[in-house]
Design a protein around this ligand. Structure first.
Ligand code: NAD
Ligand code: UD1
Length: 321
């Protein structure tokens, strides 16, 4: 049994990680300021974890949260590109200053390793596909700059203080519990719930924008593997966590519409500021060095995801009737 601290534990990926670790019998502590996350995501495991409502910027709080911890899985962030374009300072505070605060606490508490939820947005709009870790980063949005800055901080904390760290550059993660109720929600959650409400989603751009959509179970397995990897790979190194396949927004729309029996054609709007056009991962480094395999495929993940949103709506239906 190991002791884990999950930051952003009430969020989509953090809560999925927490359920997996509790199932495996590990001790899980989690912090979250509940800015975009929800305690509903922790309902089944609330009594099995040590949850503390806390902001990453609370230095004393983060110091005590890191005490006795082996692995920090750092998921907390304001995780939206357009949100960072609208309010770069607020997302910088959480995403960069909050991470630095956490790193200081983790260093002082001598945690064994930090695994960081980095982002494929670091690659920007470079034409070369698939994206390889050796490529120079070219972040476009404030969010991408912030996520990349934290990779550099993690590398510098290894070099300066010996704090082991691994940066997992998630490509677009989707699955049950991804928030769907905000203008900043991920596209799959948004399309699904908009269609379920009988409304027509808007595709920003021409529909040919593509992403390497990766089901959340694959991100969970990458985190667990990153904790087990030998120290020689935990030196602030970066790993792509995608699937090696991409899908356009038109394909995503059609797949969700097909599953829901939704027949309206999409509305097309202008491209979104800060967006990149195409994103596709080369996952060989993660496969070779971490043993990562994206076992859950896109269509299977999408089926499970849409089924989850339908089941949630069904649970709420009696109250709505
Ligand atoms: P999410 O919004 O569901 O979860 C983030 C959690 O962090 C939320 O519960 C929120 O309340 C919490 N949080 C935000 N700021 C905080 C702060 N200052 N202090 C404490 N808690 C704070 O998002 P997610 O999709 O689960 O993303 C998790 C991580 O993965 C983020 O770091 C994000 O940048 C990264 N990421 C996500 C994706 C994706 O496709 N979802 C892709 C690449 C990287
Ligand atoms: C997502 C993540 C980000 C992560 C990045 C890494 C979310 C909310 N964002 O950003 O944290 O770092 O992947 O790859 O999880 N779109 C529409 N209509 C909509 C909503 C979105 O067409 O109603 C389009 C967007 O313009 C974009 C694409 O769908 O082209 C994906 O958008 P989104 O789900 O917000 O994710 P990313 O911006 O790629």
């Amino acid at each position: 049994m190991a002791r884990y601290l999950i930051t952003g534990i009430a969020g989509f990926i953090g809560s999925t990680l927490a359920r997996a670790l509790v199932e495996q019998g590990h001790a899980v502590r989690g912090i979250d300021n509940l800015s975009t996350g929800s305690l509903d995501n922790l309902a089944e495991i609330r009594s099995s974890i040590d949850f503390q409502q806390m902001d990453l910027l609370d230095a004393a709080g983060m110091r005590s949260a890191c005490e006795g911890i082996d692995y920090v899985l750092h998921q907390a962030a304001l995780a939206s590109v357009p949100r960072s374009v609208k309010d770069p300072l607020a997302s910088h505070e959480s995403n960069v200053n909050g991470t630095l605060n956490l790193l200081i606490a983790a260093r002082d508490a001598k945690v064994r390793r930090i695994v960081y939820a980095a982002s494929s947005s670091a690659y920007g709009d470079q034409p070369t596909q698939p994206k390889q870790e050796a490529m120079s980063p070219l972040p476009l949005s404030p969010y991408a700059v912030q996520k990349l800055a934290c990779e550099y901080y993690i590398q510098s904390f290894y070099r300066s203080y010996g704090l082991e760290g691994i940066c997992l550059r998630y490509f677009n993660i989707f699955g049950p519990r991804q928030a769907a109720d905000s203008p900043y929600s991920g596209v799959i959650a948004k399309f699904t719930t908009t269609m379920m409400a009988g409304q027509t989603p808007t595709i920003f751009g021409d529909g040919l924008t593509s992403r390497d959509f990766n089901y959340v179970e694959n991100a969970v397995s990458a985190n667990l593997l990153a904790c087990l990897a030998p120290s020689s790979v935990a030196t602030g190194r970066v790993f792509n966590i995608g699937t090696g396949e991409s899908h356009t927004l038109n394909e995503v729309y059609a797949a969700i519409a097909g599953q829901l029996g939704f027949t309206a054609e999409p509305i097309y709007g202008p491209p979104r500021a800060g967006d990149i056009k195409h994103s596709l991962a080369d996952i060989r480094r993660a496969t070779d060095e971490l043993g990562y395999q994206p076992k859950a495929r896109f269509h299977e993940g999408l089926r499970k995801t849409v089924a989850w949103y339908l089941a949630e709506a069904e649970k709420k239906a009696p109250a709505a009737r």
